[in-house]
Design a protein around this ligand. Sequence first.
Ligand SMILES: *[C@@H]1O[C@H](CO)[C@@H](O)[C@H](O)[C@H]1NC(C)=O
Ligand SMILES: *[C@@H]1O[C@H](CO)[C@@H](O)[C@H](O)[C@H]1NC(C)=O
Length: 230
Amino acid sequence: MERHIEIFLKRLSYVAILIGTVTFVFLLLKNPDTCVAPGSPPKPHLRFPKSSCDASPRLILPLHKKNNRLWSSKTWQNKVRSFSNFFRAFYQMGLLHNESKVLCASAGAGHEVMALTELGVADVTGIELLESPPLVSRADPHNLPYFDNVFDLGFSAHFAEALFPNRFAAEMERTVRAGGVCVVVVDECGDEEIREIVDLFSNSRFLGALNVTLTGLRMTRIIMKVKRLP
Ligand SMILES: *[C@@H]1O[C@H](CO)[C@@H](O)[C@H](O)[C@H]1NC(C)=O
Ligand SMILES: *[C@@H]1O[C@H](CO)[C@@H](O)[C@H](O)[C@H]1NC(C)=O
């Protein structure tokens, strides 16, 4: 009887060893799912973080596709059209030409940059604290990375939200050439608020203010001409 059990147990272990060996060989020969043939595009679900602290988001959509989606939306196109109408008036006033160098400070996602470019202005620079390539690059409007007197027109639709309005104004005046113009649009306001804003542009002369509708909002457009340095 005991001998029987001994034989049975031996057979059992042979079977176990056989199963183990077959499984091992099978795993050895099988390509794991994580293997990617050289040159083949990476499978999106098989991209692993570089380290446990790698919090960088995975770019699912390539930039041009993301932009195409954004730029083809109705809201985007309506806003750009509104900015185009707004800037057309500057051509008529002789303050903007296709050859003008234009700075759009605090340009957000870049509606005004696209509008100016579509109108035919060849040299438009859009900046914002958060970049939106290719329309808007990253720069601090309080500390512009440009030389003095390089732009013909400085524009901002977000002057009112500036953290330090006098610094913001000083940087626009510094980078816009003498004889060029600084233009800001703010929530619709009266003469007193206009005066306060114009006072911030200490090296400029007030040219005019007008209530306008821009991107569906009632705003006041203020134009100042940068004075020649003494
Ligand atoms: C500016 O350029 C655009 C596009 O090239 C053109 O259609 C327009 O006539 C130009 N405007 C002026 C004033 O030259
Ligand atoms: C613009 O609108 C404001 C508020 O409605 C008004 O006080 C101001 O006089 C208007 N400004 C101009 C230039 O029409």
